[in-house]
Design a protein around this ligand. Structure first.
Ligand SMILES: *Cc1c(COP(=O)(O)O)cnc(C)c1O
Length: 472
């Protein structure tokens, strides 16, 4: 401490450095900014941020004056990278949660990515009939495919699943009309989507029937009889992210469709036919079956198990879809051309179930064989060395679908002595960031949500993070 340390900057005589000296050792913002290779304004912002961090650390006595200059430059460069780099970045999902809303839900199939690039690069016939030159509808690009895949008479798409449900309720019920919902289905999906609030936003009146655990067709019948002509629709909502077990009963959809009121079926994730033949999907409601049962409108998300872009699909009878198309909300909720391009390409893949299963990433991940997963896991384990071991773990579907399904498979557990939260933080701080999960006090890397190429990147990143942790 007695030794005088120059941080390359002026300080008054006398040692050891007191608080004032320590703070005076910091360079001026413009001096530090001059060291950065960047446009003036960002360089200044980065330098200011680094100096503020150092000032806080020095005041707290957490930073030796020794080596301050190098440290400041490093921090200023990190701040610069953050300020100039994109905010929305690619990350590697090693959580094993396939449809992870925080990580952007479904990765797109190659065909969908190419369609997006084509639509983005130039003009398109988004709303133009090429044959006659008249104005066309953007829904036309997916309507025929959706009808073909689900048996619906008509279809349209909006911005997301929540929008599809709001539009369906507003179009079939709306101000002055009632929407009948079972008390067991007044659910919250997450991200602020709550059925009673959605019904309220549509201007409709919520008519609750039944109980939390049991609702029968007779309950709906009574509600319709009590308010003849005033009920716009019956809304059935899939309990996406939870299950009720035991003494439970819900009215079958086919019976509800026979009561005379239009039925909206919000299936949430939605399985597009079970053409893909993936066993786990069998427990999610099938859109085709809802259409066959006679639902007026079936709503689902584009980016959950369907494996496409963010979108909300509405499929059903021509009259109901027409009412939704004409409702003013349809314009406010309309899908953009890039999502539409991705959706069309994704839906095309469903025409050949085997191809869908192979090329749509969400389906491929659900369907991944133990052999493929083990190869990826072993690659990661080997790169890290003795501080990693192969274990059996369970991945999740996520996205509020199949909450009880556990996808068993291999995973890599980090057995480093480092604090697991710190290790997970170091992985997130890497480039590209790796998102791991912590289970039983250990950091787990799950190969199910990685491609082969991504597994190699995770292997290198994890090896670095573990080595850094070892080095302290
Ligand atoms: C996910 C979900 C929604 C909302 O769909 P988003 O695409 O997330 O807007 C609505 N209803 C149900 C039943 C869902 O599972």
């Amino acid at each position: 401490m007695g030794e005088r340390r120059e941080a390359g900057l002026k300080r008054g005589r006398g040692d050891p450095p007191g608080d004032a000296d320590r703070l005076r050792a910091l360079p001026a913002v413009h001096e530090l900014a001059a060291e950065l290779d960047a446009p003036h304004a960002v360089a200044v912002a980065a330098a200011r941020r680094a100096i503020a961090q150092a000032r806080a650390a020095l005041s707290a006595g957490e930073l030796p004056v020794d080596g301050l200059e190098q440290r400041l430059l490093r921090q200023a460069r990190a701040a610069l990278a953050e300020l100039t780099g994109p905010s929305l970045r690619r990350v590697l999902n090693a959580t094993g949660v396939i449809v992870h809303t925080n990580l952007g839900r479904a990765p797109l199939a190659a065909a969908a990515r190419e369609a997006v690039a084509r639509a983005a690069a130039g003009y398109s016939n988004l709303e133009l009939e090429l044959a006659g030159g008249a104005r066309g509808s953007r829904h036309r690009h997916v309507e025929r495919l959706l009808c073909e895949l689900t048996g619906a008479e008509a279809a349209m798409v909006v911005n997301n699943g929540a929008g599809a449900v709001l539009l369906a309720v507003a179009a079939l019920a709306g101000p002055g009309r009632g929407v009948v919902v079972s008390r067991g289905q007044l659910v919250e999906i997450g991200g602020g989507f709550r059925i009673p609030e959605v019904v309220a936003q549509s201007g409709s009146e919520l008519i609750e029937v039944g109980t939390t655990n049991r609702t029968r067709t007779r309950d709906f019948e009574r509600a319709l009889a009590a308010a003849p002509g005033e009920v716009g629709a019956i809304l059935r909502v899939h309990q996406s992210n939870f299950r009720t077990l035991g003494f439970v009963e819900q009215a079958p959809l086919a019976e509800l469709c026979g009561l005379g009121a239009a039925v909206i079926d919000d299936v949430g994730s939605g399985v597009l036919a079970n053409a893909s033949g993936i066993l786990a999907l069998g427990e999610e409601p099938s859109i085709k079956e809802s259409i066959r049962a006679g639902a007026a409108l079936v709503c689902c998300s584009g980016d959950k198990l369907l494996g496409g872009p963010q979108a909300g699909l509405l499929m059903g009878g021509a009259g109901a879809v027409g009412a939704a198309l004409e409702h003013p909300l349809a314009r406010a909720l309309r899908i953009d051309k890039l999502s539409l391009a991705a959706l069309e390409a994704t839906l095309r893949l469903y025409r050949e179930p085997a191809r869908a299963r192979e090329q749509i990433p969400v389906l491929a991940m659900l369907d991944a064989s133990d052999r493929v997963l083990s190869t990826r896991a072993e690659l990661i384990r080997a790169a890290i060395g003795p501080e990693a071991e192969l274990i059996r773990a369970t991945a999740k579907v996520g996205g509020g679908a199949l909450p009880l399904t556990e996808l068993e498979g291999p995973a890599v557990a980090l057995v480093s002595s480092a604090d697991p939260a710190a290790l997970a933080g170091a992985l997130r701080a890497g480039d590209p960031p790796v998102i791991a999960r912590i289970h039983d006090g250990r950091v787990l890397l799950d190969p199910r949500t990685l491609t082969d190429e991504e597994a190699q990147l995770v292997a290198a990143a994890a090896a670095r993070a573990v080595a850094d942790a070892r080095a302290g």
